[in-house]
Design a protein around this ligand. Sequence first.
Ligand code: OAD
Length: 255
Amino acid sequence: MDELKEALLSSEARPTEQAAQLIKSSNYCIALTGAGISVESGIPTFRGYQGLWQKYDPLEYAHIKSFIKNPEKIWKVMYELDEIMQKARPNPAHFALSELEGKGYIKAIITQNVDNLHQAAGSRSVIEFHGNAKRLICLDCGKIYQREEIDRSVLVPRCKCNGLLKPDVVFFGESIPEEALNSANQEVNACDLMLTIGTSAEVVPANILPWEAKRSGAKIIEVNLERTNLTDEITDIFLKGSASQILTILLKEIG
Ligand code: OAD
């Protein structure tokens, strides 16, 4: 057991108090967020019993090859999901992270979410690891459109060049945008503390980031309703609970 874990176990402070102390004493704290942080904004997760992948087979609905083969079928689902995302508003967890950035405690957020809720909550340093659903990209010429520019009555939106438009999010079979990957790696190398919030840490390469951070000496605070494959391996402080509940407490403890 490393020194920090031993000290934490023998400490009488509550885990949120310990986590707040760690955040306050860190030099460079970043957050890695996943679908769990947006649940309380009304957006379902991917895995788990009410997750999207229970309803839609990811290989059938979220693979780039399926999209190209049958864009109409996939766009139908994309429109449905986009309706949910457009109605969603940031919850206290998003606002807490934004406030922590304002106070200088959080230097960057790497998010796997495509819902734009960190940005809507006022966070400025956000790395969109899996893209952003408010944009669309032409698969032929690469032109970017905002979702408002698209006529939603059209079954399959097309670019002015007639290329197929796809939500600007990373489908299975596609690479992480290079700029996002590079920025994420830079942040991971720079951090001495990483908060992982609401992610199952099951999808590569995002799930490698906490391991990389740990390898380069950072501490890991994990916020989740349940334990993940990080918890017993690299997590220093596990805060069990909903993201908004825990982040609200942390914000208060930090003061
Ligand atoms: P998952 O659906 O895999 O995991 C969501 C995590 O959030 C689980 O560990 C839940 O226990 C936790 N959770 C649920 N509600 C929560 C709450 N209120 N507060 C805190 N935690 C909560 O989502 P991700 O890890 O984000 O990729 O999934 C990663 C990627 O898999 C997604 O970005 C997506 C998907 O395939 C792409 O679409 C490319």
